[in-house]
Unconditional design. Structure first.
Length: 201
C-alpha cells in the first residue's frame, strides 16, 4: 500500500462502517437498506481505487478500475433511490426502476466493453481509469440523476409544512450540495493529472 492509497482505503472502511450501522438500526426499512447500499458501493469504489493506486500490475489495475466505475454508477443510482424513498414519492418509483435498468446496462458496458472505459492512465499516484468514447453519455445520465435529486429535495423543502421533516430535507439537500464536488474525480479519466480527492466529500 502506498501513501496515495491510504485515504481512499480509510474512506472505504468508514463508508462500510456507516452503512453497516444504519442497516443494523432497521433492516426492513427501505430508507435504511437503500442508504446502506449507497455506503456499500461507495466503499467498493474507494477500495478498488486503493488497490489500483498500490499495484504495479496494469491488468489488475484495469479490473479494479472497472469495479470502481461500476460502483460509482450504483452510488448515484442508490442516492436517487434514497431521495425518492426518503420523500415517499411513490409516483417517482417507476423512474427509479428505469434507472436501475439503465445502470445495469452501465455495469455490462464497464465490465464487458470498452465503450465507457478504455483502459487506465498511469499517473504519479498510480493507475486510474481512462474514459472510453461513450463515457460522456454515462456522465450525462449520472448528472441527470443528481439534478433530479436536487430538484426533488428543493421542491419538497418548500412544500413540507412539518418542521422536523422540513429540517431533515434541508440537511439532506445540504449533504448533496457538499458532496457534489466529488464529481471532480471524473476529470482525471480524461487525462487531467491531479490526485482525485473526491473521497473528502
Amino acid at each position: 500500500m502506498t501513501s496515495y492509497s491510504i485515504p481512499p482505503a480509510l474512506g472505504a472502511f468508514l463508508s462500510l462502517l456507516l452503512g453497516s450501522f444504519v442497516l443494523s438500526r432497521n433492516k426492513k426499512a427501505e430508507i435504511n437498506w437503500v442508504f446502506s447500499l449507497v455506503c456499500f458501493f461507495t466503499s467498493l469504489w474507494l477500495a478498488s481505487y486503493a488497490v489500483a493506486y498500490s499495484t504495479p500490475n496494469a491488468s489488475l489495475a484495469f479490473i479494479c478500475a472497472r469495479i470502481a466505475c461500476t460502483a460509482v454508477a450504483y452510488v448515484t443510482l442508490f442516492m436517487y433511490h434514497f431521495v425518492v424513498a426518503f420523500l415517499a414519492l411513490d409516483k417517482e418509483k417507476w423512474l427509479v426502476w428505469l434507472c436501475h435498468g439503465v445502470t445495469f446496462g452501465f455495469l455490462i458496458g464497464f465490465f464487458f466493453t470498452d465503450f465507457f472505459l478504455s483502459g487506465t492512465h498511469r499517473y504519479f499516484w498510480g493507475f486510474y481509469s481512462k474514459a472510453g468514447p461513450f463515457h460522456p453519455v454515462y456522465l450525462l445520465i449520472t448528472y441527470a440523476m443528481w439534478l433530479r435529486c436536487f430538484y426533488l429535495l428543493y421542491a419538497s423543502l418548500h412544500k413540507e409544512s412539518f418542521s422536523a421533516k422540513r429540517n431533515q430535507i434541508k440537511y439532506t439537500l445540504t449533504a448533496f450540495i457538499v458532496g457534489m464536488p466529488a464529481t471532480i474525480d471524473y476529470l482525471p479519466k480524461y487525462g487531467f493529472e491531479f490526485y482525485p480527492f473526491g473521497f473528502v466529500f
